[in-house]
Design a protein around this ligand. Structure first.
Ligand code: NAD
Length: 498
């Protein structure tokens, strides 16, 4: 940890926070602010000034002004700055993880192992490939050739969700900046703090002012950013409903969009699967980050011959999950992100409890003791669920696992695909032919065979159907942060047509 590191705990309060524009903090002229709270105890951490039209314009103008010089900076130099940022992020992992835990309520055991380091990995990946981002030459005999230049887009607007606030900011800014773009990022209003640390770290790493900016606020701020005429592209991580609004708004100016949206993904467990691996995956794919993960496998299809035994184990293992203060290093599951979201999740759990599904375990709000101050819900497992139950169809984004029984491969593939989502999925089997047949048939942007929720930087991530448009990570992301220009060169004469 660096010498100047701050340390954060559940009682931490911070001074008022602002937007970060053109290399420094920018006071807002909007005279409006919102509060951010620690989900573990409902305490206000700080006020955050809302960026109004003037601040958004300043941020986009700073990004536009920085674009000429940043896009002309050598790829080697851009890569070096981004690698320095990745290294500072790793050095400050402990402090940043604490701040993320304070803002999101996710357990320190997760934020210190995943949130910051996997974001730094993505920045480093794109820093390392920045020198390999190039165009093409096409020979056109007898007397011409074409060059295909790969050029950056300009100012990219990034809009984040609250479940992985800093990681999302890094997954978007890493490739955008490596490709020579500049960015204005708006974090979710529930979790506005760590994107500001990322901006500070980029500055410390040598990123010129204006290349990465952060504006604070909710939907209105996001909407003003999307509609700013100098924004070339919008990349959103959020719900399907927001994705549709953002895409419609971007369509007014035909801005490019990348949308990373929600899911209701299937995990299919065939009878020949390694049961311990499937159990481990189903549990982590439902309860990590208190179930607030877009790619979670919340519909667990289990072959009828092993359904009851599998469910029995799930119930016992869910009951053993340690729910508690996210700052306690022993805690495995923290609170939900906000009171509003907690009420929404409890509503879905009540639908499940009232349904014909079997209530195997959990789904209770914690209303006694010190945890009663926060937004805690115990992990819940429901079995013998039916496809048409509302909690089985909708993305709940909380600790609610639905287990469904199936008999045949064709049947389970049809049922797994019977959703407007298509983010991810998994198949557990030891039959390699069945594994690949099923993976090929699933309508999803990523399918894991005998694993779950693994997202290395080299591997594209994104949704089919209404789960999204475009891809993050992998070389495919470069296509979404660049555009190609064809330059045709004639080495001969122009025919005399008229
Ligand atoms: P949300 O859609 O409510 O908000 C996402 C962001 O969009 C926030 O910053 C919000 O302020 C902003 N926003 C809201 N309305 C807007 C508008 N009209 N114009 C511009 N910006 C607007 O989502 P959330 O509740 O923050 O996050 C949960 C959702 O995000 C879930 O559906 C989850 O599946 C999804 N998610 C997807 C991925 C992925 O990679 N596919 C990752 C994480 C979360």
């Amino acid at each position: 940890m660096s010498k100047t590191a701050n340390r954060y705990g559940p009682e931490t309060t911070l001074p008022i926070q602002q937007s970060y524009v053109d290399g420094g903090y920018l006071p807002s002229t909007s005279a409006q602010s919102f509060v951010t709270r620690h989900p573990g105890n409902d305490r206000v951490i700080c006020d955050v000034e809302i960026a109004g039209a003037a601040e958004i314009d300043s941020a986009v103008t700073a990004a536009r002004n920085a674009f000429d010089s940043w896009s002309q900076t050598s790829a080697a130099e851009r890569g070096a700055i981004l690698r320095r940022a990745a290294s500072i992020l790793r050095e400050r992992n402990a402090e940043l993880a604490e701040l993320e835990t304070l803002d999101t309520g996710k357990p320190l055991a997760e934020t210190s192992a995943v949130d910051i380091v996997t974001g730094a990995d993505v920045i480093e990946y794109f820093a390392n490939i920045s020198q390999s981002i190039h165009g093409q030459h096409i020979d056109l005999p007898p007397a011409a050739f074409a060059m295909i230049r790969r050029e950056p887009l300009g100012v990219c607007a990034g809009i984040g969700a609250w479940n992985y606030p800093m990681q999302i900011a890094m997954w978007k800014s890493g490739p955008a900046l490596a490709c020579g773009n500049t960015m204005v990022f708006k974090p979710a209003e529930q979790t506005p703090l760590t994107a500001l640390k990322l901006a500070e770290i980029y500055t410390e790493a040598g990123l010129p002012p204006g290349v990465f900016n952060v504006v604070q606020g909710a939907a209105d701020t996001g909407s003003a950013l999307v509609s700013h005429p100098d924004v070339a592209k919008v990349t959103l991580t959020g719900s399907v409903a927001t994705g549709k609004i953002v895409m419609a708004q971007a369509a007014a100016d035909l801005k490019m969009v990348t949308l990373e949206l929600g899911g209701k993904s299937p995990i299919i467990v065939f009878a020949d699967a390694d049961i311990d691996n499937a159990l481990n995956a189903a549990l982590v794919g439902n309860f990590y980050s208190t179930g607030q993960v877009c790619s979670n496998g919340t519909r667990v299809f289990v072959h009828s011959s092993i359904h009851d035994a599998f469910v029995d184990q799930l119930g016992k293992r869910a009951a053993a999950i340690r729910v508690g203060d996210p700052f306690d290093p022993e805690t495995q599951m923290g609170p939900l992100v906000s009171r509003e979201h907690c009420e929404r999740v409890l509503h879905y759990i009540s639908l499940a409890k009232d349904s014909a599904a079997t209530h195997v375990y959990g789904g209770d709000a914690i209303t006694e003791g010190v945890l009663a101050e926060g937004y805690y819900v115990t992990p819940s497992v429901f079995a013998s669920c039916r496809d048409d139950m509302k909690f089985v169809q909708d993305e709940v984004f909380g600790p609610l696992m639905s287990v469904l029984s199936f008999d045949t491969e064709d049947e389970v593939i049809r049922r797994a695909n019977d959703t407007y989502y298509g983010l991810s999925g998994a198949v557990f089997t030891n039959d390699i032919r069945r594994a690949h047949r099923t993976a090929n048939a699933l309508q999803a942007g990523i399918v894991w065979i005998n694993d779950y929720n693994v997202t290395p930087p080299e591997v594209p991530f994104g949704g089919y159907k209404q789960s999204g448009i475009g891809r993050e990570n992998g070389q495919q992301a470069v296509e979404h942060y660049t555009q190609v220009k064809t330059i045709y060169t004639n080495l001969g004469d122009v025919p005399k047509t008229y």
